[in-house]
Design a protein around this ligand. Sequence first.
Ligand code: PEP
Ligand code: MN
Length: 350
Amino acid sequence: MIIVVKPNSTQEQIDHIVAHIHGMGLRTDVSRGIKRTIIGVIGEEDAVRNAPLAAIPGVEEVVPILKPYKLASREYQAEDSAIDVGFGVKVGGGSLGMIAGPCAIEGREILLEIAKHVKAAGANILRGGAYKPRTSPYSFQGLGEEGLKILREVGDELQMPVVTEVMDPRQVELVDRYTDIFQIGARNMQNFNLLNEVGQTKRAVLLKRGMSATVADLLMSAEYILAGGNKRVILCERGIKSFDSSTRNLLDLSIVPNAKGLSHLPIIVDPSHATGRPDLIPAMALAAVAAGADGVHIEVHSCPEKAMSDGPQALLPGQYAAVMGQMRQIAGLLNRNIPAPHGSTQSGRQ
Ligand code: PEP
Ligand code: MN
């Protein structure tokens, strides 16, 4: 539930309300807006459903949240969240996060080459996996910490925030030293220990939809991170399982307006893993922007036939630049903002 505090309440009154809730064995999330303060009650609501909270001095209104996810819900926060990911880049609230880069970090030179191309095209976040969730244990598993170092160096050199996958709660501390955004992969969307661990950090999280997860499942996973105190969650649609093997997965674009109706969190779309096909990625990327996505995530490689992971779905830098130009036009029509190429001028990591 949400407790709306009366506009002229004193700090003592707010502290008193918070202490009262804590005394009932629940946690609170206090958000101080310009006009009013709202206290989110976190925990099992049954314990307080019949408690006369409206009688506490300073309480204006007690609003139950009916959805199982609370902090992620639109009821909790009406306005869109915009997530600051470092280097002056925001995702959500009208700003698009254009994520691009290779599936895996393979070496410094190749990453720098790809990163320069995607940055010149207008990408504002660089991606690359150092720990790869591969279906086969015999496939390339990523360069590990060496890869993280390379990603950080290239991100800093080009003044781009970076995103990389963290697969295990025990890796969170290490990956946190290098990345601007944690990626939680589709296979780990319901790894609740991992969600709790990144929830304890202050770093932005790109939470990918599990391949059989409903929109409610995705938002419940986001809730784990938010309930840990980390408010910087970006959702990502990357396709779900289907009976049609002509594409790698089935891109569910309706989740974009669907999730936006239910939640204030930004949602981006990954047409690379959703389709697995370079011939389909550009059209789906344009459709994602048209559907209102807060960003698009595309794998790019300068030599896909030599890529160590997901080469067959990588766009060439020229193909990426072409679709980026078209995405910018569509975003413009919808009054949304894809930053101009070479745009990053800002301070750095958070
Ligand atoms: C990836 O981004 O390279 C990846 C493995 O994604 P997903 O978890 O969506 O399969
Ligand atoms: Mn990949």
